[in-house]
Design a protein around this ligand. Sequence first.
Ligand SMILES: Nc1ncnc2c1ncn2[C@@H]1O[C@H](COP(=O)(O)OP(=O)(O)OP(=O)(O)O)[C@@H](O)[C@H]1O
Ligand SMILES: [Mg+2]
Length: 251
Amino acid sequence: MNSADITVTDVTLRYGGKQPVLALDRLSLDVKPNEFAVIVGPSGCGKSSLLYLIAGLEERSGGSITVGGSEVHGPGADRGMVFQSYTLFPWLTVAENVAYGPKRRGAADPAVVARYLEEVGLAAFAKHYPAQLSGGMKQRVAIARALANDPAVLLMDEPFGALDSQTRHAMQRLLLRVWDHTKKTVLFVTHDIEEAILLADRVFVMSGRPGQIRRVLTVDFPRPRHEDLVLDPAFIAMKREIMGLLKQDEE
Ligand SMILES: Nc1ncnc2c1ncn2[C@@H]1O[C@H](COP(=O)(O)OP(=O)(O)OP(=O)(O)O)[C@@H](O)[C@H]1O
Ligand SMILES: [Mg+2]
């Protein structure tokens, strides 16, 4: 599978319970096939909730979500998810973790597993267990595991948030390489504005809760983008603009 578009139209999410929360209020966004889209927004504005809805792990209260033209009604192999916290099965080896999804669908192919381990630079660690890996390596396994299902879109919720800055930069380069090779559509959530601008074709800035899209910025710095780009006045201007949009919620 290559890539697919994501279309979110007027999506509302209400969490029930004793104190109901309106997490998202008629939120709309569209991501094009093979686009790298990044979401930033204040803490608690509903970024993770939005990814869960697109992943089909949470049920929306209203509105429509389509991926590749098909309405989302639950999880599916067309959508791969990578979370901030490490979500590998500790009792399975690296290769077994990557093979888990395809195996469940009766499509386990050792060559495919090997290819994705190669893609994330972990071919030599196939037989290791997660506990024997660093945080960055675990996230590389998580990316390989998501890719092994050959999803059309990758949904990534602060995947590098727990990593030190050096590892994080290496992971950003790796992800951009994977994206370039596989032509997936990526929807990526981050708290880090520099990370957002370095990675994105477009940055979607959310408002505070209930979350809506406050502004969409097109990032047209040429690729590949070097980390020094953060010193470029045009980069700084964009960073300032996003910071200003996020600050509106503190006032
Ligand atoms: N399962 C749940 N039940 C009830 N309320 C929830 C649930 N999950 C999230 N919420 C609430 O919905 C709102 C949005 O949460 P969400 O985790 O999507 O925000 P976020 O933007 O990802 O935040 P952060 O930046 O801290 O990761 C928050 O107010 C949160 O408390
Ligand atoms: Mg979150």
